[in-house]
Design a protein around this ligand. Structure first.
Ligand SMILES: Cc1cc2nc3c(=O)[nH]c(=O)nc-3n(C[C@H](O)[C@H](O)[C@H](O)COP(=O)(O)OP(=O)(O)OC[C@H]3O[C@@H](n4cnc5c(N)ncnc54)[C@H](O)[C@@H]3O)c2cc1C
Length: 407
């Protein structure tokens, strides 16, 4: 149900008071820096720990998740108010970053498909940011054609025995658990013999090897299962119906990549046209000096605004309760175009300063722009490539005939 304006005002006042009492001033405008990348073992100071603990205990790191499992129990509109209030005081929500794939993907899928016992076991630690998850889908020979995956889980009576290799597993070396697609029946057609297994990463049968990227970081790994074990109650959803569970998780993943599900990630960045003026200069009327660049920046700003407004319209039409669906593919591709165009324009605007990697000749924002440009290339690949989203849109939304790629 939609909240009335008076309800939202009351909630805003409540959120403001709670944030004043709990958000440490030392973390203002620091973004996610105090937490760093979990896998790089960055020191986390006491204030950052205290903030994570109070946010987690309140459930506001996962504001819309059910309160009975440790979430905030807020409506989407209340969550947006909370986000605005956090942005106003320069507060960030570290829980999604700390949980890696726990908040954006696995948690919502457990809420959709898990038994009560599975929800009670897995959801509260995600809400508190105590447990990190990775996703084990892709394999060396199974990316876009994911249904051809060959990692096997054999039924050993009272447990599952898992053997095989995954690749591009983001955060695998830091994760406690992996949401993996595994083959549980080799006699069935390829989509019908797959199950979704929750596999502990903290066992001797699981090893990971980081892969280094052009952006300089190693956010993902090869993951090897050699006689790894999953318990019987680690099967999520029905046996051999993991394809549906897996697709659901991907819809949650895409929803998290559309820019429509922010959760308090700190102050808004400076607008691109303002940045352009500092690098390129202005004419006598105070406009950006380069006419051609001005036109392209306007196009980008309009595309970004159209994307944001469409995301909000979808939320408003759904009265705040957006259902994940194939339509997320449209928004994922739109977010990719807007994001990549922004990154390319930033590099162009900065000129040589936009090609900095390290050193005193470049400011932090210049180095960040270079890395965002390189890192952003992955957006049209992960979560299902740009072309695969187009296939989903043509088949499931436009009703066009099947392509050569099934699924
Ligand atoms: C940063 C990053 C993080 C990732 N994190 C994870 C993770 O945590 N867990 C995980 O399991 N995987 C992860 N992946 C893997 C990702 O899901 C795959 O890379 C992706 O699905 C594409 O598979 P592929 O790399 O094997 O490319 P391929 O499937 O070999 O595709 C190569 C090219 O062919 C195109 N193509 C393929 N089939 C078709 C078709 N039918 N029609 C049109 N074009 C087609 C693709 O669009 C692509 O351009 C990650 C990838 C990246 C880049």
């Amino acid at each position: 149900m939609a909240d009335s304006n008076a309800d939202l005002d009351a909630f805003r006042a409540e959120a403001r008071t709670w944030l004043e009492d709990n958000f440490p001033a030392s973390l203002k405008d620091k973004g996610l820096a105090p937490w760093g990348a979990r896998q790089e073992g960055v020191h986390v100071d006491d204030d950052a720990r205290a903030w994570q603990a109070s946010l987690g205990a309140k459930g506001w790191g996962t504001p819309t998740w059910p309160a009975e499992y440790g979430g905030g129990g807020l409506t989407n509109q209340q969550a947006r108010v909370l986000q605005e209030e956090m942005a106003r005081i320069g507060a960030s929500n570290p829980i999604p970053a700390v949980a890696i794939m726990g908040v954006t993907m696995v948690g919502p899928t457990i809420l959709d498909y898990g038994t009560k016992e599975q929800k009670q076991r897995h959801i509260p630690p995600i809400c508190r940011g105590e447990i990190a998850w990775c996703i084990g889908y892709s394999e060396p020979n199974s990316g876009s054609d994911l249904a051809s995956l060959s990692t096997r889980a054999e039924d050993k009576g009272d447990y599952w025995l898992i053997n095989g290799q995954k690749v591009w597993t983001s955060g695998a070396n830091a994760a406690d658990w992996c949401g993996a697609l595994v083959r549980t029946d080799t006699s069935k057609p390829k989509r019908e013999g797959i199950s979704f297994m929750m596999v502990s990463m903290k066992q001797s049968g699981v090893t990971t090897r980081p892969i280094q990227l052009i952006s300089g970081s190693s956010p993902f790994c090869e993951t090897f299962f050699n006689d790894a074990r999953a318990e019987k109650n680690d099967l999520l959803g029905p046996l051999n119906e993991g394809w549906s569970v897996g697709k659901r998780l991907l819809q949650h993943e895409r929803a998290s990549q559309t820019g429509g599900r922010g959760s308090g990630s700190g102050p808004a960045p400076k607008p691109i046209h303002e940045i352009a003026k500092t690098y390129v200069g202005t004419d006598e009327q105070g406009r950006l000096a380069d006419l051609d660049l001005r036109g392209r920046i306007v196009e980008q700003v309009m595309a970004a605004a159209a994307h944001t407004l469409t995301t909000r319209r979808i939320a408003a039409e759904a009265k705040g309760n957006v259902q994940v669906s194939a339509a997320q593919s449209i928004m994922k591709n739109s977010a990719t175009i807007v994001g990549q165009l922004h990154a390319e324009l930033m590099i162009e605007i900065m000129g040589n300063q936009g090609l900095g990697w390290e050193g005193e000749g470049f400011s932090k924002s210049e180095i960040d722009a270079t890395r965002a440009w390189l890192g952003g290339k992955a957006q049209s690949i992960y979560g299902g490539s740009y072309e695969i989203q187009n296939n989903i849109i043509s088949k499931n939304i436009l009703g066009l005939p099947e392509t050569t790629q099934k699924g």
